[in-house]
Structures are given as C-alpha cells and as structure tokens.
Unconditional design. Structure first.
Length: 232
C-alpha cells in the first residue's frame, strides 16, 4: 500500500509542538487515514544549552525572553493554553518546568527503534502530557523511565539511556539535518519528503492540507472489502 510519510521536527519544550501534533493526529483520524500515514518525530532543541536543573517560573522565562512585562507574558501564555483546549488537550503552560530536553529526545529515539510506529507515537504524546500536564522535567529520566516501562521498553534499554550517551548521535544527526534545511522554528512538518508545512495548524486546516497532498500523491484511502481471493 502506498503510504504518506510525515516527518516533523519537534521539541518537548514547545507548547505549539504539542498542539500541532494533536491537531494533525486528530485530522488523520477524522479522515480515516490511520493506515495510509506514517508519522515520525525528529529531534529539535529550542535551547540546546538549557540546564538539567529547573530553569524557573515560566512566566518570568517568557517575559525575559521576549522583553515584556509579566502581565503581558501571562496573557500570551493564556492564549496558548486556550489553543491547547481547542486542540483537545490540557496545556498547563504556566506551570511547566523547563529544563534540557536532550535526554528526553534520546529516550524517544529508543522508543522509535524498539516499539511499533503507532505505539512510539503514543509514547511521544504521553511524554508531552508529562511535560505540560504533569509538570515533569524533561531531564528527569528516572521519572520518564516509569512511563517508558508502561509502553513496553525494557529496563535494560532505558538504563542504557540514563547511564550512557546512547542515541546522542541520533539526536544530533536529526538536529543537523534541520539546520541543513534551515528549520529554525518548530513544529515543522514535511509531507512525502517534499511538502513543508511550518507551524501548528488548526485541525480543519490540517485536514485540508492532508486531502490536497493525498490527492497530489495519488494515495487512495482503502476501506475493508472482499474479492475473489478473500476479504481484507
């Protein structure tokens, strides 16, 4: 079956990445494309120099980064949280605990190698939930380990992430490819290795994008049917 590949650069520190992924997956489901689409997250760090320790109050971080007052930063944070609700997710952006996301990306590479694609994508969604709903620090691999175990990753493999630099080269390679493609902001989606869609689109707009690209790529949505050789 001809399938549509969707690769996207994303960072767990990015609320728009959580929103964009959720809207894309909802669009895929509503169009009945689960069997026609292969979705793959690629590594990207908004702040490669972020420490592994808690960086402080999100409102202050946003205010300092953009040179605005706490009141302005708080208003912008609320707008993003409202976008999350529209996407069907709980987005407690104000209370997110920011740290380096590098180790979380390494753990994601492990999940993508060891788990079926659909389960790896469920794992990624679960890590976003840990970040923005449960206030988990992405540098806290001991906490993320419990989530990884729930998804069927082995304790031995997870400990290899915690105790070594396993998958560090994989993360850096994907980040270097992003640089080569001049990707400077995430989420950044690439459909069929040739259609670039930057940013988190609303679900309705993402559905339109999917339908247009599916048509251009001549990918047919196939339902269940019976033929002379049996049913499938």
């Amino acid at each position: 079956m001809n399938k549509l590949s969707i690769n996207y650069w994303s960072d767990y520190a990015c609320p728009f990445c959580y929103i964009g992924k959720s809207n894309l997956e909802a669009a895929i489901k509503e169009l009945g494309l689960e069997e026609q689409v292969e979705l793959q997250m690629l590594s990207f760090e908004l702040d490669p120099n972020a420490p592994k320790s808690y960086m402080g109050d999100t409102t202050n971080l946003v205010a300092q980064k953009y040179g605005v007052s706490r009141e302005k930063a708080s208003a912008e944070i609320k707008k993003i949280e409202d976008m999350g609700r529209e996407a069907g997710i709980v987005l407690d952006y104000a209370n997110a605990r920011y740290t380096s996301t590098f180790d979380a990306h390494r753990l994601t590479k492990l999940a993508q190698e060891k788990l079926p694609l659909n389960k790896a994508n469920q794992f990624i969604a679960r890590i976003f939930k840990a970040m923005f709903e449960e206030h988990t620090m992405m540098s806290d691999l001991e906490t993320l380990k419990h989530i990884a175990l729930e998804y069927g990753l082995s304790e031995e493999d997870i400990d290899s992430i915690i105790q070594t630099d396993a998958y560090a080269k994989d993360v850096r390679l994907e980040e270097n490819i992003a640089t080569q493609y001049n990707v400077t902001a995430v989420p950044y989606f690439v459909f069929a290795n040739k259609y670039a869609v930057p940013g988190a689109l609303p679900k309705a707009q993402m559905k339109d994008v999917l339908k247009q690209i599916m048509a251009e790529e001549k990918i047919v949505v196939e339902g269940a049917s019976c033929g002379i050789d049996g049913c499938q």
